[in-house]
Design a protein around this ligand. Structure first.
Ligand code: ADP
Length: 354
């Protein structure tokens, strides 16, 4: 931040109002531009230089050279000439569309009028807001589907099906399954929001990898048996990793469950690992249908599914991989995927080794 060198002063002494303004601009976190009566930039802070002037200090240049916006221009004129303050929205049509809330007011320095503009960058806030809205609308939609089904079957039972000895238990079964779906959806949403809010803790310890995978396999054996999928543990007995045991299990259960669900009948799920110096890589490989390239880059997004109806049928929430991704990040690691259609998919979790 430079001082307001270009503001004409009646004498060469910095007056107190200029000093105050200098300091004010310097300490403001938002972009600030001061414009003189000729509508030239009299001063600005580093934030403004970076946001509007491509890193080159614009002092002395016309406001219009910097920001070509009629309303903004007029607001500065009104502030300087008539002491009229204004609030407006500015949109920059740069490659990355940026939006600002702008507040413009008059300041008097050394007996002259200037216009000062404060530019609040709201691009990120708006983006987050739209992600939040989308998330909410997804949640509502996801909850409404099982709820509609529950209500329909309750109504059917009320309207006489309760006495229908052949079907009543089946209808109750549908109600139970949908209620369970809602319950796991809510559990996943809560889990994801805890992880994303940063309040989830990771308690890292040394874990014997092979043993941990054996335990996970034991808990998923029944699911694998239904689809006749073999679970293979190809991890070296002495390989240990540094992770939060519960969180690690949560990641692996999600990945292995998917590897079973999206496998062919009689397929295999194979766990392998590599120690790569400062990190460990754990791979889950299946012999399933694979994921095509167009979907591959999006499957870690919340609620993204290649086949929505099929995922639901298999009891999925569409949040499993989003949870895995965030848990891996929480450990300072990452998860990646590679896949070949009709051959299979490999998810690789990489975690720092200490
Ligand atoms: P879901 O609850 O649907 O399993 P996930 O977030 O766990 O949600 O996975 C998102 C989607 O990614 C799945 O619906 C499926 O289309 C795809 N997917 C995940 N794992 C695999 C896999 N091993 N093989 C093929 N497709 C997969």
């Amino acid at each position: 931040m430079r001082p307001l060198a270009k503001i004409p002063a009646d004498d060469q002494q910095m007056t107190s109002s200029r000093v105050v303004l200098d300091r004010l601009i310097e300490t403001t976190r938002e972009a600030v531009i001061v414009v003189d009566q000729d509508l030239r930039i009299a001063a600005c802070n580093d934030k403004a230089v970076e946001a509007f002037a491509g890193g080159i200090r614009p002092v002395g240049r016309r406001l219009t050279e910097l920001l070509r916006d009629l309303a903004l221009h007029q607001a500065f004129v009104n502030a300087i000439r008539d002491d009229k303050a204004a609030e407006l929205r500015l949109e920059l049509n740069t490659r990355e569309r940026r939006r600002f809330d702008v507040h413009i007011a008059q300041v008097r320095i050394d007996g002259r009028n200037f216009g000062v503009g404060f530019f609040y960058d709201i691009t990120k806030i708006e983006r987050l807001e739209s992600v939040r809205q989308e998330f909410l609308s997804n949640i509502s939609h996801e909850l409404r589907t099982p709820l509609t089904s529950i209500l329909a079957f309750v109504e059917t039972l009320e309207n006489g099906a309760l006495e229908d000895a052949e079907n009543n238990l089946r209808f109750l079964g549908v109600i139970r399954r949908n209620a369970e779906r809602m319950s796991s959806l809510i559990a996943d949403i809560l889990e994801l929001s805890t992880i994303e809010s940063g309040s989830a803790s990771v308690d890292k310890r040394r874990i014997s990898l092979r043993e941990s995978i054996d335990n996970i396999y034991a808990s998923l054996a029944a699911k694998a048996a239904i689809r006749e999928v073999s679970l293979i543990n190809d991890i070296e007995p002495e390989h240990s990793i540094f992770a939060d045991p519960l969180r690690f299990e949560q990641m692996l259960v999600n990945l292995i469950e998917n590897a079973i669900k999206f496998n062919r009948i009689g397929g295999t799920v194979t766990l392998t690992s590599e120690s790569k110096g400062n990190y460990d890589a754990i791979s889950v490989t299946d012999t399933g249908e694979g994921i095509s390239t167009e979907h591959l880059s999006r499957i870690f997004e919340r609620f993204y599914r290649v086949d929505r109806a099929r995922s639901r049928e298999l009891g999925g929430t569409g949040l499993g991989l989003a949870i895995v991704k965030h848990l891996a990040l929480l450990h300072g690691g990452e998860v990646t995927v590679s896949s070949e259609l009709s051959v299979g998919t490999t998810f690789k979790v990489e975690l720092p080794s200490r």
